[in-house]
Design a protein around this ligand. Structure first.
Ligand SMILES: [Mn+2]
Length: 466
């Protein structure tokens, strides 16, 4: 290991650094010597080829225009400590997994990935720097990243001049936001459109996250006897353990709604006790290594059996779920599954004595259940849980097509504060959510291994507990 730093340089560096006064030149010298260079055996990653093709597609959508797609930076948790880093979805889709701060540039003159360089072990900055290898672990070199990702790489510092006329994905990286004037909407929308149709590579990824999520739900079913003892937080921990073991982690903060929290669509505090005889609504999904998500919900009886009134509500949602699945076919309108589910839920509300209600008399049949159904039955699913949300208006007005991946999730929610419903219904919430891939002649339910009917859920809970 050649010595490249003289004392004068070390002292100058010490004077600049926040460590001045704490580390003597002798100590700094001792710390910057005796490090070996990590070996690199980089090869092209299996996801590189599909990304080259995607970059070519999006470049062709904007001929002659420079496109800038940053990975983003981790959000601050407290002071100098960040949250775990999740790269921007479009960046992952076009470049693959990179380090925080990386920026993909696709232009008329070619494409390059700009990477923040890390000082190597032996460089004083590696000892002192918050982003050095002793603090954050060694990053792969630019050369290794170029081989792995199959794209030219350049130092991030070269990306320091304004990019007139460029379009960028904004809001993830202040450096990019400062360099590009474009508002980002056009590029973001076109990327969202391109991501709507999943290829075989992506469907394989979605299949993995669906399978991992099914395992997570089974782990929760096994843990149900303890839910009464430890509450919602315990169940969140059980699912999180599976998500972290089988994927990157959670695709979103799960909804662990015990009792009447099942009626709160985005209940995420997950810190309340669960009583025996209550329902547990779990809406959770695993995020895979390339960010593909599952988005699944089941509503389980904590004690193993639905009460009579719980089952009445459950059976209606189950029928709506089946109707929505039946309506999810290529060529149908995107909203058909929703209309099919709403129709079944509307009939169910009549059978429960909730409808007709004078407050809803003047409304169209499709509107009447809304107070208790609260959301649209389907959304797109992909590397974002609510995938391609910026073009939701477009896809919702269109048809269901092969390659689309949808979440189907009807529910009924009777708030404990709802004076329009019979008292015994108040506080009951049920949602059933599955993920489906649209094929040329039908759909495949990726989460079909999880039971949906009330009887099957009861049998499954019992079998998991054994
Ligand atoms: Mn969903």
């Amino acid at each position: 290991m050649p010595e490249i730093w003289g004392d004068a340089e070390l002292i100058a560096l010490l004077e600049e650094s926040s460590a001045a006064g704490r580390m003597s030149p002798g100590l700094l010298r001792a710390m910057t010597q005796g490090w070996s260079v990590p070996a690199s055996d980089a090869t092209e990653w299996s996801g590189a080829a599909v990304r080259r093709a995607r970059r070519a597609l999006i470049a062709a959508d904007f001929p002659g225009t420079t496109l800038v797609v940053p990975a983003g930076r981790p959000a601050t948790r407290t002071n100098d400590l960040p949250f775990a880093f999740r790269p921007g979805t479009d960046h992952m889709w076009l470049a693959g997994p990179t380090e925080p701060g990386s920026v993909l540039v696709i232009g008329p003159d070619g494409e390059a990935l700009y990477l923040a360089e890390q000082p190597p072990l032996g460089d004083p900055k590696a000892v002192l720097g918050a982003h050095g290898p002793l603090v954050e672990g060694p990053r792969e070199t630019r050369a290794a990243a170029a081989i792995r990702l199959g794209i030219e790489t350049r130092p991030l510092d070269e990306l320091d001049q304004r990019l007139p006329g460029a379009k960028a994905v904004r809001g993830l990286d202040p450096r990019v936001d400062a360099l590009v004037a474009d508002d980002g909407r056009e590029l973001e929308k076109q990327l969202a459109r391109r991501r709507l149709h999943k290829d075989a590579y992506e469907i394989a990824q979605l299949r993995l996250t669906a399978e991992a999520t099914v395992e997570g739900f089974a782990a929760v079913a096994r843990a149900l006897p303890e839910a009464v003892r430890y509450g919602e937080a315990f169940i969140e921990g059980v699912f999180t353990q599976q998500a972290r073991t089988r994927g990157r982690g959670l695709a979103y903060t799960p909804v662990v709604g015990g009792g009447h929290r099942a009626t709160i669509l985005h209940w995420q505090r997950n810190d309340q006790p669960i009583g025996p005889g209550e329902l547990l609504l779990l809406d959770a999904g695993v995020e895979g290594p390339e960010l593909y998500a599952a988005d699944v919900a089941r509503t389980m009886p904590v004690s193993g059996r639905y009460s009579s009134v719980q089952r009445d509500v459950y059976d209606i949602v189950h029928a709506a779920h089946q109707a929505a699945l039946d309506a999810a076919r290529p060529g149908k309108s995107f909203m058909d599954p929703h209309h099919a589910a709403q129709s079944v839920l509307g009939e169910g509300l009549r059978s429960l004595g909730v409808l007709p209600h004078p407050a809803f008399d003047g409304l169209a049949a499709g509107e009447r259940p809304w107070r208790w159904t609260l959301h649209v039955t389907s959304h797109m699913l992909g590397a974002d849980v609510h995938d391609s949300l910026v073009v939701a208006g477009e896809y919702a007005a269109g048809t269901i097509e092969p390659g689309h991946v949808l979440a189907i999730e009807p529910g009924l929610y009777f708030s404990p504060f709802d004076e329009y419903v019979p008292e015994q219904l108040r506080g009951i919430g049920v949602r059933i959510e599955d993920n489906v891939v649209v094929e040329a002649d039908g759909i495949e339910v990726l989460t079909a291994a999880l039971p949906t009917s009330a009887g099957d859920v009861e049998d499954w809970v019992a079998a998991c507990a054994e």
